[in-house]
Every structure is written in C-alpha cells, then in structure tokens.
Design a binder for this molecule. Structure first.
Ligand SMILES: Cc1cc2nc3c(=O)[nH]c(=O)nc-3n(C[C@H](O)[C@H](O)[C@H](O)COP(=O)(O)O)c2cc1C
Length: 364
C-alpha cells in the first residue's frame, strides 16, 4: 500500500491519509459581509474524506480582502458561518484548517470604500484581481498602485493575524495555514522586487522576512505551534511577483519555521501556473532546511505524489483542481478509478454549478 493512504500526525492533529485538499478560492461567500454559507458547507462536507481540508483563502481583516465574495474571519457573523462548516466537516469525519489571507497589493479600492490596497512599498503594479459587476458576473480589473504600510501600522497588522487565528480556533478549525505564498502581502514583504523599504522590514533577507516571522510568532503565542502551518511559493511567478533568487528566501523562511517547530510547511510549486517543474535539488535543500512535515502542491497526481513521498521530499500532497472536480478524490486515487474533469469556467463565483454538483462514485 502506498504511504499516500496512510495516517500522518501534524502537530497534535491526526490525519487519516495524506491526500490533502489544497486551498481554493471559489468566490461564493454571502455579500454583504463576506459570510460563509450553507452552500460552502455542503461543498466542504462533500470533500471531508481529504486527510486535511484546507479552506479557501480567508481574509483576516477588511483591509486584507482582494477579491469579490471571498470569506473573512474577522466578524462574529463570519465566525458563526465557519462554525457551521467546521462542525459539519467534523461530523463527517474530516479535519479542517483555515487559510489566513491578506492579499496586500492584489486588490482594488472598490473593495475598501475607495481606500487603496496596502503593500510593503508603493510600487506600480499592473497585475489583475477579480471583482463582480452589478449582475454578479466576475470581471477582471487592474490593481491600483498600492499604499506602503507605515512602520507603526505593522503591530496592528500582526494583531489582525493574531485575532484571526484566535477566531479560527473559536470557529472550530483544527489548524491554521498562514498564506505567505503567491505574491500576497507576506510574500510582498519577503521578495526584493516588491519590497524597497529602508526600515527594519526591508533591505536584507532577515529584514524582509521579519513581518512573516512576527506574524507566525504572534499566532504561535495565541494558539500554539502545533496548530500552525505556513504556505510558501519560493520558486516561480504568481500574481505579478517573480522569484529571482532561486528560492533562497523560501529556504531562509523554512529554516526559521523549523526552529519554531510548526505543524507543517506547505510548498506551492510553480508548474501548474505555467512555470517550470521544481527540481529535486531544490526539494533536497528544502528538506534539509525543514525536517518537519512538508506538504507539496501543484500538478500532483498519484505517480508524482508517490515518487516524492518515497524519496522523502514530502510527507503529504495537496490536490487543487482534481479535488474541485472529485469530492471523493482519495477513494478514486486509491482504487485507481477515473477522475471527473474540472470546468474552469465555474471556478470563481456562481452557484452550486461546478461547485457541489460534481458526482462522487457512490452517486453513480
Ligand atoms: C480555482 C483556484 C483557486 C485557488 N485559490 C487558492 C487560495 O485561495 N489559496 C492558495 O494558497 N492557493 C490557491 N490556489 C492554488 C491551489 O491551492 C493549488 O496550489 C493549485 O491549484 C495547484 O494544484 P493543482 O495542480 O492540484 O490544481 C487556487 C487554485 C485554483 C485553481
């Protein structure tokens, strides 16, 4: 039997298998208020056979929102909405983590009553985000040049993360995953291309990683290291931010997180987004930097997952698009059964179509 279907402990949480559901933004929260709803609950419950369900990116504060109708975890209504989801996932035998998200410069003033998105530096940024028009149709919009966060705002930002982690535990999540990947706020501080600060949060790698590590330390202080994971994308190009350091910043962060004994490190690989496949030399270096649980994600199938598990490069694999289309993905992979194909047109926004209507084999 492949180890993909064997149990795994992460922190103090026991996972039944190593087929994880990757975090997937679906833009179906209830407006106004960005509240998780019953449709989202049904979607997550259908996928509760994952060793770990990682929630879609969930904003830690109104400022952290970068896309229309993404859920938050900063208001009592949002916490109550998530509570009904985590209770239902637990009742179905699942385990669930909240992905804590601040999109930084990937955003739009229309999401913030006219206030500009914030980032490490006020650099021109021509990448795009997704909004909805009056009919609820998803439209792409160019992000404005962001406002640079003042150094005296950063303790408040760290506190927003801390509070969101507390809210996640209050909402019944087993774990949190700090989203430090894909060109969002924490990655914008970490990468030289997006951070031209001259204070203690810019310049050297140590300075650029400072905000991320302060955030992780605050969350550890609040809920314990055994409930904290961090997602990074050290190599590749995501949301208008290109890695230009061969992954060195990610390796530095991995070593710092190993010292903190967090529950897991989640590696988002670049090839699914058009980048090159990650090479094994980098995987070897990452393993040396982080001896704890490593989750790999990006273009995984059974063969890739098993090869990397056997080589000791990863301890679990997270599946994105195949989990969208196959609510019973672990069963299908284990039995070698065919997979439903995903329909990308229904990834972002909409209703139950392309969301809760993908059939499980048991439905057939
Ligand atoms: C529709 C969609 C939404 C996504 N949303 C998120 C997200 O909220 N947070 C995140 O870290 N990654 C997000 N990703 C990236 C996935 O977690 C995953 O890394 C990616 O889909 C590659 O895995 P796959 O090849 O198995 O699909 C998203 C990907 C897709 C396709």
């Amino acid at each position: 039997m492949s180890t993909l279907f064997s149990p795994l402990s992460i922190g103090s949480t026991k996972l039944a298998n190593r087929v994880l559901m990757a975090p997937l933004t679906r833009m179906r929260a209830t407006a106004p208020g960005d509240v998780p709803n019953d449709l989202m609950r049904d979607y997550y419950v259908q996928r509760a056979a994952a060793g770990l369900v990682i929630s879609e990116g969930t904003q830690i504060s109104p400022e952290g929102k970068g896309y229309a109708d993404t859920p938050g975890i900063h208001s009592p209504e949002q916490v109550a909405g998530w509570r009904s989801i985590t209770d239902a996932v637990h009742a179905a035998g699942g385990v669930i983590a909240a992905q804590l998200w601040h999109t930084g410069r990937v955003g739009h003033e229309s999401l913030h009553d006219g206030a500009l998105p914030v980032s490490a530096s006020a650099l021109e940024f021509r990448s795009r985000t997704s909004l909805k028009d009056d009919e609820g149709t998803v439209v792409r919009a160019i992000c404005p040049t962001p406002r640079a966060l003042e150094v005296d705002e950063l303790p408040r930002l760290v506190d927003d993360y801390r509070r969101s982690a507390r809210n996640a535990v209050d909402a019944g999540f087993d774990l949190v995953e700090v989203h430090a990947a894909h060109g969002y706020l924490l990655h914008q501080f970490l990468a030289e291309a997006s951070n031209q600060r001259t204070d203690g949060y810019g310049g050297s790698l140590e300075n650029r990683a400072r905000l991320l590590l302060e955030v992780v330390d605050a969350i550890i202080d609040e809920i314990g290291a055994d409930r904290v994971g961090v997602r990074i994308s050290p190599v590749g190009s995501f949301n208008g931010l290109d890695s230009d350091d061969d992954g060195e910043a990610g390796l530095y962060v991995a070593r710092a997180l190993a010292d903190r004994d967090i529950a897991f490190l989640h590696l988002s690989e670049p090839d699914w987004a058009g980048g090159p496949a990650l090479d094994d030399e980098f995987r070897t270096r990452l393993r040396a930097a982080f001896p704890g649980v490593i989750v790999g994600a990006g273009n995984y199938d059974l063969a890739k997952a098993e090869r990397l598990l056997d080589a000791g490069h990863i301890d679990a694999a997270a599946f994105g698009r195949s989990f969208i289309a196959n609510p019973d993905l672990p069963t299908r992979l284990e039995a070698g059964l065919p997979l439903n194909a995903p329909t990308p047109e229904t990834f972002y926004g909409g209703d139950h179509e392309g969301y809760t209507d993908y059939p499980a084999l048991a439905d057939a």
